[in-house]
Design a protein around this ligand. Structure first.
Ligand SMILES: [Fe+2]
Length: 453
């Protein structure tokens, strides 16, 4: 069987699976389950939406519950490292024929919507509002005391095809399950954050969300979760476990269903997986509890094998006719060329990326025109020893664009070394199909927690 190809150095950095958005019938009933029983912390409670996070999370939300007519999953969320990764990701998706749509989502930074190869609606963002981490606030621990989001398991009609989709974005295969008779791939476990999976792709009637997995602090938490569920009237919602995955991930687990049937997996831990020389682990279906032969000899209940959360129709449809924003990716590439020209001290390359009317506003307030600025590089009066850029955000509309961000410059000015930590705003315009920099202005900042790399 051919394993999915994995891009080991994609132009963008996806860091982890981070959140899900589900539609529910009754927010009060959902609150009793997710807050009072699972132990989530409400970050924000609105009339039709609850934004929840685990005790160990600082991201504003890892579970969004929205009261809506159609019950289902609206989005599966992932994080990228920096805002500019979204632009490169959008270009990658468009090149592969996948939808890409920019949307505004409350409490999140700029957000990119797409869907995977089986049609599951996904979203990517680089940041969220930051909330207090409650790890040490033990007086706030309730029920399962959910700590943080870990992964999703998606049902898909074509596992190899969807595994290739995630592989093209840098998701690495850690384990897979083969059908004994046909040799086809039934499960593909793929990761970005260095443990067995951020996304498990499973053969079945898709696209559907089978479950999302969250960490609880200790083994006893699985039993306490089941006990508190029973005391809170959710005893019948305990579906499968406590038990252990003798097979992929090896994790102790408990599956529960919320009042709308959305499934959560509580588990305590699984192993580290990031070294590239380690081959993906191959399992045969016949060796696993799915076949009644693995582990403790038990099999999952029929509901676990058959039921899953459908994706709501509008979430699937709302990305079907959208276009990506390739302009900003081209703009960022032009910005990269400028930094490369500064680092290498190449006046010709620098002149090419600067507009003839270029104005450079130094952080001191002094302004300098193109000819003088380029000449300072050509003559060696100024050398850019290092340029480290971070947190860039690009915008473009027609032939005009801007980039703002952080930059650390290590300069040598007439033989004297200087380091500048700056926030900048750059104004670009497109001339004959090529982006050129029109104005650049910066201010000095003090940033003990600088995002600049
Ligand atoms: Fe899982």
């Amino acid at each position: 069987m051919k394993l999915p190809e994995v891009a080991l150095r994609p132009e963008f950095l996806i860091t982890r699976a981070s959140h899900v958005v589900v539609h529910v019938a009754d927010l009060e009933a959902s609150r009793a389950f997710w807050v009072d029983t699972m132990g989530y912390i409400p970050s924000r409670e609105e009339s039709d939406t609850l934004y929840l996070r685990g005790l160990g999370e600082t991201a504003h939300h890892s579970l969004v519950l929205r009261a809506a007519g159609e019950i289902g999953c609206a989005r599966v969320g992932f994080r990228v490292a920096m805002d500019e990764d979204l632009d490169y990701l959008a270009e990658h998706l468009t090149a592969g024929g996948h939808p890409a749509e920019w949307v505004d989502v409350p409490y999140q930074g700029r957000t990119l919507h797409t869907r995977d190869a089986s049609g599951a609606p996904l979203e990517f963002c680089a940041s969220m509002d930051v909330a207090e981490r409650f790890s040490e606030r033990y007086n706030q621990y309730r029920g399962a005391a959910v700590q943080r989001f870990d992964h999703v398991q998606l049902l898909t009609d074509d596992v190899p095809l969807n595994a290739s989709f995630y592989g093209s974005m840098g998701f690495r295969l850690t384990e897979y399950v083969e059908d004994d008779d046909t040799g086809s791939m039934l499960f593909a476990f793929m990761q970005r954050k260095g443990n067995p999976h951020d996304v498990a792709i499973v053969s079945g009637d898709g696209p559907r969300l089978h479950h999302f997995g969250v960490l609880v602090p200790e083994l006893a938490g699985l039993f306490r979760a089941a006990d508190v569920a029973a005391s809170n009237g959710f005893g019948a919602n305990v579906e499968y476990g406590p038990e252990r995955h003798f097979g992929p991930s090896n994790a102790p687990f408990l599956y529960l269903r919320d009042p709308d049937g959305h499934r959560v997996e509580l588990f305590t831990d699984h192993y580290q997986s990031m070294d590239l020389e380690v081959e993906p682990v191959r399992w045969l279906k016949s060796s696993l509890s799915l076949s009644g032969t693995g582990g403790w000899g038990t099999t999952p209940p029929a509901s676990w094998q058959e039921d899953a959360t459908a994706f709501v129709a509008d979430a699937v449809a709302d990305v079907s006719t959208t276009a990506a924003e390739p302009q900003t990716a081209a703009l960022l590439r032009a910005d990269d060329e400028r930094y490369a020209a500064l680092r290498s001290g190449n006046p010709a390359a620098l002149a090419r990326v600067l507009d003839d009317g270029y104005v450079h506003i130094h952080s001191s307030g002094r302004t300098e025109a193109k000819e003088s600025f380029v000449d300072s590089i050509r003559s060696g009066r100024v050398s850019y020893r290092e340029v480290r850029v971070g947190n860039r955000s690009a915008w473009a509309d027609g032939s005009v664009g801007s980039i703002r961000g952080d930059v650390v410059l290590e300069l040598e000015i007439q033989g004297e070394a200087r380091t500048l930590d700056l926030a900048f705003l750059a104004v670009w315009h497109e001339v004959d199909g090529r982006w050129v920099l029109r104005e650049w202005a910066s201010v000095p900042v003090r940033r003990p927690d600088s995002t600049v790399r």
